[in-house]
Design a protein around this ligand. Structure first.
Ligand SMILES: CNc1ncnc2c1ncn2[C@@H]1O[C@H](COP(=O)(O)O)[C@@H](O)[C@H]1O
Length: 339
């Protein structure tokens, strides 16, 4: 028997959403159609490149979507503004009342935007979207990419510090888990901490990124939140559970569709973590534009596969407020909205 919750109407928070991966195919198509009509793109229609209903991207086919397609399509200020506003509108329509988007600073030479210009434009778009959708508040996290050099990582941290007053709250480490050595980023993480920024890190996403050395390095950074948290040995699980207040951003549909876990939803480690004392589990979408499951559907899947009762679902959703990076005032606003 299922409970009768309207998961779309339920006020929700979303803390792990990559901007470029959250753009809907329809929005990408609209951007493409406009460019095509103006004769300014030779790219194929996104609805051909990423057919509607196709969500089975694995880690080998997923990352190239950005470098070989989406970044070439969303490559100017107009497309960036349009797509960012569309992402926020989609989350707001899905009942999200607080959204932390994350993005990797990237220059857009065709638009004359350097990395700072890119972040400024994203923040402008978030502010405009909030004016159009007053139910939702947004913050921005800047991602360091595992393929970055240390200098590039420092640049991302510097931008995060520079744009703090405009709503950048944290830094993230993301990117292809098969690439890079996270130990390289320790000085950049220290700089982020010194600047008062929060820290969230993609953690044990793939077997190849779950070596003892990598997990120990990341845990030594003292992350506020961890993303994915899949290939975690018992020893490290105990370490996580021994850090009260740590947030776990778990992305069920992403992990299932990308075959990052063995088995389907009922095998997801959400089932293992959601009741662990002190740990705050927050269901997130990761890349709703690619994996196609809005956060309302992630909650529905949780209800379906883990049989949480209504009071448990609402309690879990509200608990997520404790681990947002948006500050006390925002937490208070959310506690009023979320029962
Ligand atoms: C399987 N889940 C994931 N694991 C690791 N990194 C991911 C990711 N999903 C997205 N990204 C990272 O986010 C970038 C796209 O958004 P932005 O251009 O930054 O807005 C991707 O290039 C990748 O580095």
């Amino acid at each position: 028997m299922t409970c009768d919750i309207d998961f779309k109407a339920m006020p929700k928070i979303e803390l792990h959403a990559h901007l470029s991966g959250s753009i809907s195919r329809q929005c990408l198509h609209e951007i493409w159609a406009k460019k095509k009509a103006a004769g300014s793109t030779h790219l194929e229609d996104p609805l051909v490149v990423m057919p509607v209903g196709k969500h089975d991207y694995d880690l080998n086919t997923f990352f190239p979507l950005f470098s070989s397609y989406i970044y070439h399509l969303v490559d100017d200020a107009e497309a960036l503004l349009y797509s960012t506003k569309s992402v926020v509108a989609d989350f707001a329509a899905d009942g999200v009342v607080y959204l932390e988007l994350r993005t990797t600073p990237r220059a857009m030479p065709a638009a004359g935007l350097d990395k700072a210009g890119y972040i400024g434009a994203v923040l402008d778009a978030l502010a405009a979207a909030e004016r159009e959708h007053p139910s939702i508040r947004t913050r921005l996290i800047l991602s360091m990419d595992r393929r970055n050099t240390l200098a590039e990582a420092h640049e991302a941290v510097g931008l995060a510090a520079r744009f703090r007053a405009r709503g950048v709250v944290a830094v993230d480490l993301c990117g292809d888990p098969a690439k890079g050595d996270v130990a390289l980023f320790t000085p950049a993480v220290a700089a982020a901490r010194a600047a008062g920024l929060a820290l969230t890190v993609h953690f044990a996403e793939a077997e190849c990124s779950a070596s003892d050395a990598e997990l120990d390095t990341i845990m030594a950074w003292g992350p506020d939140r961890l993303g994915h948290v899949i290939h975690v040995p018992e020893r490290v699980k105990r370490d996580i559970a021994g850090r009260p207040g740590i947030g776990l951003e778990l992305c069920l549909s992403c992990n299932v569709h990308a075959k990052m876990i063995v088995g389907s939803f009922e095998a997801h480690h959400f089932g293992e973590w959601w009741q662990v004392e002190g740990v705050v589990v927050v269901p997130c979408t990761d890349d709703v534009g690619v994996f196609g499951s809005p956060v309302s559907n992630e909650w529905r899947l949780i209800e379906e596969h883990f049989k949480l009762k209504k009071v448990e679902l609402f309690g879990l959703a509200r608990k997520g407020i404790d681990v947002i990076f948006g500050g006390d005032e925002e937490k208070q606003r959310l506690r009023k909205i979320m029962w």
